[in-house]
Design a protein around this ligand. Structure first.
Ligand code: SAH
Length: 354
């Protein structure tokens, strides 16, 4: 059973914060570097095994700090693919999920940044469960550390912030977690292997660009028309497309990266010929690529409501849609859905309120 809120969470500290912490307790900053190295290079989470620390210091750390941010209590394997969903419990008895998606050339870990999500996107199961709280930086990072420990450090090559929650609404903790993943001592993840996905919070997109983090950024676009996007993603009422596009242009320029547009294909909502035209125009305006995502139905969660009525575009029509965009010179990928048999695919992460 996890319960250590009252202790200082070391797994959520950046290298600099770790050094500062050790200075603040009267130790040399290099002790912080040693602990950081144990955690992120050796995946060692027991003070007793950190043998280059004096025993007296280890005892002190045990009483005031914690190296347990999450409890990995269960996982589910997908019988049809190698996707694996991890279930973690937090100190306050909330449950969050991450997903490991093995592919030919890379193994991606999809992590959560919030318990639930406040955005209420109509196609997303996490949105339907509502919002509970932000995750701490330690809770974000521990999803990676515990999964890496299971598989071996080299196994996870990519991290995507595409689990539960809106990363840019938990800005500071998300940013700290990125600094930890791309730290100066090197945990093995480079910036171009980390992607943040956002529903579109323009001031925060700009702030991320100004932080010189230079990771990849994806916008969950789903429609190029404000009236449609307002209906399926209510956050668009506050932050309409133009503001997002301006922020993305700024991000792409400042970081010299291409933006990824994610586009979940909803029958008769965003798969029409005018959508092809609008997408073509957009993708020529902003350095980008486009990922078409087959919609995973969430009818079971809302049988009579708007969400329950959304339907997927048929697979052959998605291919046709993609080909027409390619003919227009757009870089398009059709994502294959992995893990929907264990509710681990895009937008299916949701835990019943405990
Ligand atoms: N809040 C962030 C992070 C979640 S990412 C964001 O909105 O980007 C999850 C991705 O899966 C997003 O692109 C989301 O739009 C997409 N998605 C959500 N529900 C889905 C569903 N039922 N089927 C397919 N894709 C879905």
């Amino acid at each position: 059973m996890l319960k250590q809120k009252e202790k200082i969470e070391l797994k959520g500290m950046t290298l600099q914060q770790m050094k500062d912490y050790f200075s603040s307790i009267g130790e040399k900053p290099f002790r912080g570097e040693q602990v950081f190295n144990w955690l992120f290079n050796h995946l060692e989470f027991e003070y007793d095994n950190m043998l280059n620390l004096p025993k007296e210091l280890r005892e002190r750390l045990k009483t005031s700090t914690s190296l347990i941010s999450l409890d990995l209590f269960d996982y589910q394997d997908s019988p049809s693919t190698k996707t694996k969903k991890y279930l973690f419990r937090t100190y306050d008895d909330k449950v969050i999920e991450s997903v490991v998606i093995p592919e030919k050339e890379r193994n991606t870990l999809c992590i959560s940044t919030q318990v639930g999500c406040p955005l209420d996107c109509k196609f997303c199961a996490t949105g339907l469960m509502g919002y509970k709280r932000n995750l701490s930086a330690g809770e974000i990072v521990d999803q990676y550390l515990l999964a890496a420990k299971e598989y071996g450090k080299k196994f996870i090559t990519n991290i995507v912030y595409m689990g539960m929650g809106e990363p840019l609404l938990n800005f500071k903790n998300t940013l700290d977690s990125i600094k930890i993943f791309t730290n100066e001592l090197n945990t093995g993840l480079s910036r171009n292997r980390i992607t943040i996905s956002t529903a579109g919070i323009p001031p925060k997109i700009k702030e991320l660009a100004d932080n010189d983090i230079r990771i990849k950024l994806a916008l969950s676009l789903h429609s190029c028309f404000d009236d449609i996007r307002n209906k399926i993603m209510p956050i668009n009422i506050k932050y309409p497309l133009k503001e997002n596009f301006d922020a993305l242009r700024y991000y792409a320029k400042k970081t010299k990266t291409r933006i990824t547009f994610e586009y979940t294909m909803l029958k008769e909502i965003n798969d029409r010929s005018e959508d092809i035209k609008a997408l073509t125009h957009l993708c020529k305006q902003i350095p980008s690529k486009l990922n078409l995502i087959p919609f995973n139905s969430i009818k079971h969660m809302d049988p009579d409501g708007f969400s329950g009525q959304l339907e997927p575009t048929a697979a052959n029509l998605i291919e046709e849609f993609a080909n027409q965009l390619r003919d227009n010179g757009i870089t398009v990928f059709v994502r294959n859905t992995q893990g929907d048999d264990i509710a681990a695919a895009c937008g299916q992460l949701a835990i019943k309120a405990s």
